[in-house]
Design a protein around this ligand. Structure first.
Ligand SMILES: [Zn+2]
Length: 111
């Protein structure tokens, strides 16, 4: 393995993430070598973090029924109109913030 590219702290290029950042996305390095490193200068020597390529990362673990259920629930929440509390069947557009029928309604339906 040759010399690693070194980036300044917080200036990591797109497509790279630390192990912790991968984890936050439900990913793990997946056996790949460290692709680059971040260094934050400190008096007693730089603080180093290792970066992995996101495109070569693997899911932490296969999806289980519980994980699918959690994902479905999260998606359902994104499809639920805060105005009428119905599942709109599509993700509520952030530009509207409510479902299209509610946005088109002349006055909000009283709860
Ligand atoms: Zn609605």
């Amino acid at each position: 393995m040759g010399a690693l590219p070194v980036f300044r702290w917080r200036l990591a290029p797109d497509g790279y993430a630390t192990r912790r950042q991968l984890r936050a996305q439900g990913l793990r390095p997946g056996g790949q070598d460290v692709a680059a490193q971040l260094e934050r200068p400190r008096r007693r020597g730089p603080l180093v973090a290792y970066l992995y390529r996101i495109d070569q990362a693997k899911p932490v673990r296969p999806m289980t029924p519980a994980r699918w259920a959690a994902l479905a629930k999260a998606n359902a929440a994104r499809r639920t109109c805060p105005e009428c509390r119905r599942d709109a069947g599509y993700v509520i557009p952030s530009s509207l913030g409510i479902c299209v029928p509610c946005a088109d309604a002349p006055t909000p339906i009283a709860a």
